[in-house]
Structure formats: C-alpha cells, structure tokens
Design a protein around this ligand. Structure first.
Ligand SMILES: Cc1ncc(C[n+]2csc(CCOP(=O)(O)OP(=O)(O)O)c2C)c(N)n1
Ligand SMILES: CC(=O)[C@@H](O)[C@H](O)COP(=O)(O)O
Ligand SMILES: [Mg+2]
Length: 644
C-alpha cells in the first residue's frame, strides 16, 4: 500500500533539508511526521506510542544539531521511527521489521545517522559519553553527543553508572535528554519515578524554573557572557530550591527543565542555548506516550507495540479463528504461577519491567504483595530473587532470554555459587522475530549450561511448561539447592486445552515422542513440534525417523542418549538456540565421552548474527524449519552407515 507523506515532509530527504526550513514551519513538519508514523504503523505494525511521544523532540534535535557529525544516541531505539524517517529511510520504511527490510531499531550498519546500535535499555548515556570523550581525544572539539533516554530506561543501573562517570568529566560535552512520559512499557515503577513526578509537578520548583528559563531565553543576547549567566542562574537555583538537592545536580550534571517536550519552538530555543553550555548536562522533557493518537494516549501499554490497526477507529486487528487456539506460552506461565501460588504460599514472582510481556501482570493483579516489577533492572531482579530465596521464598524470576544476558554474573555469583534454588523462567527464548538480533534469545542454553548447580529445561508444549513449573517448586526440588531454568519461546504453544492437571517430571528425564529406525531426531523445547512435522514428511518418503524430546539440557538424560547412540548411526539435534555450546554440543560431548561413533548433524542458530523477520522465516533461513530438518535427514540417508 502506498502511503504518501505530507507536503513538507515529502521534500525532506535528509536533516540538511530540514535545517534549511524556517523554524516557523517546524510545527507543520512535526504534524506531518506524526501522521506519517500513524499511517505506516497502522498498516505495517511495529512500536508506536514511544515514537509518537518524541516527534517534536526528533524534529528539534535534527534541526538544531549538525547530524550525523553530532551524535544522537536513542536509548532502546523503539522510539526512533521519526529519526529514521527524517534520515533517509522514509521511502523504505514500509519494510520496517520485515524479513530483509530495515531494522526497527537504530543500527550502525544501516545509516550514518544511527550512531550506535540499540535494542536493550539504558546504554545511551555510556555510549554518548564514550563518543564525547573519544571526540575530544580525537580533536573534534565541537562535536556534540546527545543521549535520549526514557524515564523507564533511566531506571536501569547502567544509566546511573554512566551519569556517575559523566559527572566527573567536566570537560566533556554531553547532553542527556530525559524523555519523561511516566511510562515504561507498563506504568513506570519505583522511587525514581516518584522523584521525577515530584519535580515535574512541584509549584515552587516550577516558579523558580520559569525564572531560570526567562534568563536563559535572554542568553543569546549575551553571547560570550552566556556561561557566566548560566552559572549565576545555577547559583541562584542552588541557593534556593536545589538546596533540597536535585538528584542530577548532585551527580554534577547541570539540570535543566522540566520543559514541555511537545513544544517544538521552545525545544529548538532551549537546545540552541544548551549547545553553548559546555560540560555534562541533562534536559528534562515531559512528554506523553502516544501523543496525538487518542487511543494510544489512553491505553499506553496496549499501544506500546499494538500490531496493525484501523487508524480511524483505533481498532487493533486480531486474527479471527473458528476453532479454539493454543494460548501464548507467556499466558500459560502467568496463569499457572497464580495456580501454584494459591497452593504454595512461599511462591513469589519477579519481573524486570515486563509485567505485560511476561504475563506476570496476572499474578500482580491477583496477589499484589507477592509479585514484583523491579524496573528495567535485570541484575537487581536476579540478586533480589536470590535474597528472597535465602529466606525460603520460592522465587519465579521471569526474564526474557535476551535480557538475562545482562544478569549473567548475578546468576553465577548470587545464585549458583550460593546454591540458591531460584527458578528462572526465560521467555522469548529462541528467535524473537521482528525485533531482530538484539532481542533473539539465542544464547541462554550455552551461557547457562556451563554453570554448576543449574538445571536447564524447555517444554515442548503447554502441559510440559505447567509440569516443569510445578516440579520446580516442589520441596524436594528446592532442597536440591540448584537453580532451575525453564526456557520457552515468544508466541503460542500447541494445546488449545492447556489447563492439564499437574504432574511431576523427573529432573533430567526426556521422552520418546516417536519410534523409528533410520535416523534419530533429538529436540529441546517447542521446536520439537517442527520435528513432529518433519517425521511425517519423511514417513511419506519412506524414511523412518525416531524423535526424542530431551526436555532437559542439564542434566542430560544419559539413559536416553545411550539408547539413541546404541541404535542409530545418524542423529540430528535441533534447538532454537546457538549452536556453539548448545544442546547439540552437549550431545556431542556425551558421544565423545562415551566412545560412540555416529554421524551427527546439529541444527540451530549458527555462529553469525541473524537479522529480523518472522520466526518461521528465520528458522527456514537457518535450516531448522520442518522442511529443513527433513532435508537434513534425507541428505544423511545418502551417506554410508558408520560402524557403531
Ligand atoms: C535491558 C532491557 N530490558 C527490558 C527491555 C524491554 N523494554 C523495551 S522498551 C521498555 C520501556 C522503556 O521505557 P522508556 O525508556 O520510558 O521509553 P518509552 O517506551 O516510555 O518511550 C522496556 C522495558 C529492553 N529493551 N532492554
Ligand atoms: C523495545 C523492546 O525491547 C520491547 O518493546 C520488545 O520489543 C518487546 O517484545 P515483545 O513484543 O516480544 O514483548
Ligand atoms: Mg517512558
């Protein structure tokens, strides 16, 4: 579908074009940019509310700063659609997040305007500070480095590590723009949020602030004396209001704001002034997530990433089925946790800022005292869980596989070395899909497998997820003092009737899904459902494939593996995870250690960056979709048998 940009926007091919416009036209550019984002996302899907909230900021930043020489670092990057459209990607934005198309996040390979690749939260201040220092050391004295970070991302520890460092580098030109819309994906949480609300709404503060801005507004008249004026203003501020202490000021960052982040004229004015103020500084902008699209302003969580929708009625399109459909794994997790917690009062749940995405929000609603959203703070989430476990709590700490990468040391140091039986539910394990490589849950099997005191499991369906969750909280399991990882993918399972009675699963025990004679296919987790299809394809071709669902990567079911290697000389392993160090590697280790000989083909995520696309497209690209698995088996049939 052809989506045409507005009259002004259609003439803007690069920020250079924007900078040639008279500033009086910027409100119209903003309005057309907002409309274009609405038009595009309604048809093609993607992140939505966050980009609408920074339209004016985006226009003002590219207008005032000399991008791409000046460096803009968008934190997370899900709000950067306007930036992409203004920086040469307007005409192929319709490929956003599609296989082979442009990325939904800023990406260095994609454009010189994307100064830093993002996707995970809270990296922008560190990166921009590094750029500022690097530029200074490289002699680019006038280059500006700007981090644009949301109030949610600001809750991440890295943001504070970076501000702590920045505050000690007075000679570094860093501008941090705090885009405060009082929302993460779900409502933002924690004391920082309360603090930001306080300084945004405090009457005293705002009165003094007005005076400050009146003075700053006159700065251009003062030319070289601007610095002196700013420091006089600062002294005044500190002497009065900020004696109560401003968090950012106390970190030695000059704090400006709060200002209205939707007033593009004022933003341009303020940013021009800030350009002339050296050293590390922070501008606090107040914005509305979903600005300009009423349904998105009203239900900001739903419209964070709504999928396709009718831009007139605001109806979000959902597929309609005439049969009951399997639930999403995340919902099986959320509902099952409440069921278990009703029976076991020691159970608690933890999520780092993903209540809706993980469905822990079901427990947060049902048992608000026992379910915790800790903010975008994966490291804290793990160690907080460990702390609760020392007191006998049975903790389900739910973290997307990709975000758990943040908390690796905490898993080793605070959980496994201390023999604390925390239960890790790793959602979005395997290919995440349209979010792409920053979000693929590719590495968890490999990074968890090498840690002692760790059980690693993956359900092939809803029933297995429920039973693994049930098994993990049993007293005898908890007494084993091992962490218990359960990984499962984004999306739906396979069982519409998912609410099965709980059954204990023996830890380290796999199962034979199908008997066969010619080749054995070993799978872990949901991807095993592809192997079921592959076996049917092969059967039609006269190839008899056996299928084993390992269920556990650690401990491995050694009895099952002895059975496999004693019977088969052709073995295929399939996992929705990286090949180096993954389940297939574990099987090879077993084979070598036990002196077996067999032809083993490992299928999984190869040792390269796999881009974005639908999950099935990516599985196909990597050769482990149903046909890819069948093809591998077929090819193996043509090689001579190995003496076992
Ligand atoms: C390390 C990490 N944890 C979690 C996420 C998931 N996530 C993406 S955006 C987001 C909320 C960000 O809130 P904020 O920075 O305020 O931006 P807004 O969406 O409000 O514009 C979260 C939790 C992530 N990208 N990275
Ligand atoms: C930008 C970001 O990190 C999240 O918005 C992420 O895209 C959510 O992914 P899910 O849609 O899988 O919950
Ligand atoms: Mg926010």
């Amino acid at each position: 579908m052809l989506i045409t940009p507005g009259k002004l926007l259609s003439q803007l091919h690069t920020p250079e074009d924007l900078r040639k416009l008279d500033s009086s036209l910027l409100p119209q550019v903003s309005q057309e940019l907002r409309q274009y984002i609405i038009d595009l996302v309604s048809v093609y899907g993607g992140h939505f509310g966050s980009s609408l909230g920074v339209v004016e900021l985006t226009v003002a930043l590219h207008y005032v700063f000399n991008t791409p020489e000046d460096q803009l670092v968008w934190d997370v990057g899900h709000q950067a659609y306007g930036h992409k459209i203004l920086t040469g990607r307007r005409d192929n934005f319709y490929t956003n997040r599609l296989y082979g198309g442009i990325s939904g996040f800023p990406k260095r390979k994609e454009s010189p305007y994307d100064s830093f690749g993002v996707g995970h939260s809270s990296t922008s201040i560190s990166a921009a500070l590094g750029m500022a220092v690097g530029a200074r050391l490289g002699g680019a004295q006038n280059q500006q480095s700007i981090a644009i970070i949301g109030d949610g991302a600001m809750t991440g520890g890295m943001a504070f590590e970076a501000m702590n460092h920045a505050g000690a580098l007075n000679n570094t030109n860093l501008l941090i723009i705090l885009n405060d819309n009082c929302m993460s994906i779900d409502p933002n949480v924690g004391a920082l949020k309360e603090y930001l609300t306080d300084i945004t709404t405090s009457h005293t503060y705002n009165r003094v602030k007005e005076e400050v801005w009146n003075l700053l507004g006159k700065m251009s008249q003062f030319g070289k004396n601007a610095r002196e004026i700013v420091s006089r203003v600062e002294d005044g501020l500190k002497a009065t209001l900020l004696r109560q202490s401003n968090l950012f000021e106390s970190l030695n960052l000059r704090y400006f704001g709060p200002i209205d982040g939707h007033d593009v004229d004022h933003l341009v004015h303020v940013l021009n002034d800030l350009k002339n103020i050296p050293g590390p500084k922070l501008l606090h902008c107040v914005t509305v997530k979903g600005k300009g699209f009423a349904p998105a302003e009203k239900d900001q969580t739903k419209w964070h990433s709504p999928g396709k929708f009718d831009k007139i009625t605001g109806e979000i399109f959902k597929k309609v089925y005439d049969q009951p459909q399997p639930p999403k794994y995340q919902d099986v997790f959320g509902n099952t946790l409440v069921e278990l917690a009703e029976q076991n009062e020691k159970i608690v749940g933890v999520t780092p800022a993903m209540p809706s995405g993980s469905s822990l929000n079901i427990m947060m609603k049902a048992m608000p005292d026992r379910a915790f959203d800790v903010g975008i703070a994966e490291q804290h989430a793990v160690t907080f869980s460990a702390g609760m476990a020392t007191q006998g709590s049975v903790v389900y700490c739910n973290i997307y596989s990709t975000f758990m990468q943040r908390a690796y040391d905490q898993v080793v140091h605070d959980v496994c070395i201390q023999e604390l039986p925390v239960i890790f539910c790793l959602d979005r394990a395997g290919f995440a899909g349209a979010d792409g490589p920053t979000h693929h849950g590719a590495y968890d099997i490999a990074y968890m497998r090498c840690i002692p005191n760790m059980v690693i499991s993956a359900p092939m369906n809803e029933q297995e997820l429920r039973n693994l969750m049930y098994t993990a909280q049993l007293t005898e399991t908890q007494k084993s003092k091992k962490a218990f990882t359960i990984r499962y993918p984004r999306g739906e399972g396979v069982m519409p009737q998912w609410k099965t009675p709980f059954e204990k699963i023996e830890i380290g025990k796999g199962r034979k899904v199908r008997a066969g004679d010619d080749v054995a296919i070993l799978t872990i987790g949901h991807i095993g459902n592809y192997a079921v299809k592959s076996c049917h394809i092969l059967e039609l071709e006269g190839i008899s494939a056996a299928h084993y669902d390992l269920r556990f990567v650690k401990p491995l079911d050694e009895a099952l593996l002895h059975e496999v290697f004693q019977k088969f000389d052709k073995v295929i392993t399939v996992e929705d995870g990286c090949l180096p160090g993954g389940m297939g590697s574990a099987v090879l280790e077993f084979m070598a250690e036990n002196g077996y000989h067999a032809q083993v083909k490992r299928l999984g995520i190869p040792d390269r960056i796999v881009e974005h696309g639908e999950q099935l497209e990516l599985h196909r690209e990597c050769g482990f979709d149903p046909e890819g698995i069948a093809r591998t088996a077929r090819e193996m049939m043509t090689t001579p048998a190995i003496a076992l």
